[in-house]
Design a protein around this ligand. Structure first.
Ligand SMILES: [Ca+2]
Ligand SMILES: [Ca+2]
Ligand SMILES: [Ca+2]
Ligand SMILES: [Ca+2]
Ligand SMILES: [Zn+2]
Length: 474
């Protein structure tokens, strides 16, 4: 059990209202795994018991408002609330309660403490939290600058719910940011960008599955100086039919990256910095159901227990590696663990390497008669050859290929092969779409007549993306 306090020291409040300049969120972490404690996906139910039966106070509604503000920012967790007449909370009864209390389950509130959140955990998983608001404080409900007469319950509820979610005090972690999660109540009356980023690292942003949920949507890793660190999330990700078990674990919420080795040499790949118990696996192959396993890992260390994953493998020049990151699934009915991912890849080429395309050519839509250019950015490139529908284009041997006075027949797939003395790599296809004026269509006939033909057509300005057309009849 961890007891956490929210202190009020008015004399210091103004000096702490610095503008956010760095990300300062921090977490309540497990001593054994170092990972944040968090709730599994789904609903986090809080029983709010702040208003006396028959009283006219509206603290329950204020706390519900705060719960809604958090829920609106989260991807796979929603705080749900029910209310009941004011009463005591019970420690370790598997009900998350929010109450006014004269003490913390028999222990006195420390001096100046407004509220306390007590929590229980099992492994990395939070199982209960009670939010105890000091009944000796004069509480109110208001926005804006805090006053000396009453303390706004809504902002304190936001703060304590942040603890329930897993956030700690950034100011006590040595950071200077504007945050509802700072340890001293201030004029901050709503969630700040820092609070939201901190919570979304644990529960993901609102929305559906991440863009790289499916194997076919693996995101390409682009290395700089032979290394890259990317971030992502497996919140709301899924497992596809036929998908292999990554690191031998059932998982269930995988996301994918891919990387084409520009040369031969050892690769170090890990998920250090992720916010949950990951699994990691590397494959070759083009179809999800017929992949060849190259390397996989669940926990990179048993003692000390590090639940991030790490693999090393020997890359072959020109081979594309598919990288899956999933959450460890301990089959407790909550599915695979989820949260923000950090993926680190470092490559040590043992010899010269192929060119590396760092910016792929982009698809374009143009109107006939206009000019367009396709460009590629590649490191280690000696020469370029552009292709149209798979056939070399004469003279198109620079990093940029321009077409002036585009005609309809030039619509199609463009790509570029980039070559050096080790070999060649070919870019992704970029699609050229050519717009032309739409031919006239027969307008609706009037009355019972025999199809009145249009007398006059006007074509509005043709732009790259929009075609505006007007017509009228005599
Ligand atoms: Ca309880
Ligand atoms: Ca997936
Ligand atoms: Ca793990
Ligand atoms: Ca689990
Ligand atoms: Zn606090």
């Amino acid at each position: 059990m961890k007891i956490d306090s929210f202190r009020t020291i008015l004399a210091l409040a103004a000096g702490l209202l610095a503008t956010a300049s760095t990300c300062g969120f921090s977490y309540i972490t497990s001593d054994s795994s170092g990972l944040p404690f968090k709730w599994p996906p789904g609903s986090l139910a809080i029983l709010i018991k702040l208003d006396e039966a028959g009283s006219s106070t509206t603290f329950n509604a204020g706390a519900q408002f705060s719960a809604q503000r958090w829920s609106a920012q989260l991807g796979d967790l929603q705080i749900t609330t029910t209310t009941a007449a004011a009463g005591a909370a019970t420690d370790h009864n598997h009900v998350n309660e929010m109450v006014f209390a004269a003490d913390v389950f028999g222990k006195k509130f420390d001096t100046n403490v407004l509220a306390v959140t007590t929590t229980w955990v099992l492994g990395n998983q939070r199982t209960e939290g009670d939010l105890l608001f000091n009944s000796a404080i004069s509480w109110g409900l208001y926005d804006g600058p805090r006053t000396s007469s009453t303390v706004d319950l809504r902002r304190v509820a936001l703060h304590e719910m942040g603890h329930l979610l897993g956030l700690d005090h950034p100011d006590e972690a040595g950071q200077t940011v504007s945050a509802i999660m700072n340890s001293i109540v201030s004029s901050v009356d709503n969630l700040t960008a820092d609070d939201i980023t901190g919570a979304q690292n644990l529960y993901g942003p609102p929305g559906g599955a991440p863009a790289n949920d499916n194997f076919a949507s693996a995101v390409t890793l682009t290395l700089t100086n032979n290394a890259v660190t990317v971030t992502g999330t497996n919140v709301n990700a899924t497992k596809q039919t036929g998908e292999p078990l990554h690191a031998g674990n059932s998982g269930g919420r995988s996301v994918w990256w891919k990387w084409t080795a520009p040369g031969a040499g050892p690769v170090n790949l890990d998920t250090r910095g992720s916010y949950f118990d990951t699994t990691l696996a590397v494959y070759t192959g083009s179809a999800l159901t017929s992949l060849t396993a190259i390397a996989s890992n669940d926990d990179l260390s048993a003692t000390p227990h590090v639940q991030a994953s790490a693999v090393t493998f020997s890359a072959a020049s020109g081979t594309t590696y598919l990288i899956a990151v999933d959450g460890f699934n301990n089959n407790d009915s909550n599915g695979a663990d989820t949260a923000g991912i950090t993926l680190n890849l470092a490559f040590t080429p043992s010899g010269p390497t192929l060119p590396v395309i760092t910016t792929q050519p982009a698809s374009a839509i143009v109107t006939a008669g206009n000019t367009l250019s396709f460009s590629v950015v590649a490191t280690g490139a000696d020469s370029y050859q552009w292709q149209f529908n798979g056939t070399n284009i004469g003279g198109a041997t620079s990093a940029t290929y321009s077409i002036s006075n585009v005609i309809l027949s030039q619509a199609g797939a463009y790509r570029v092969t980039v070559t050096n003395n080790v070999g060649s790599v070919t870019s992704d296809n970029a699609t050229l779409t050519v717009n032309t004026p739409t031919p006239p269509v027969t307008p609706p006939s009037s009355g019972g007549g025999g199809g009145g033909a249009p007398s006059l057509w006007f074509y509005g300005a043709l732009s790259v993306l929009a075609l505006t057309r007007f017509w009228r009849r005599r």
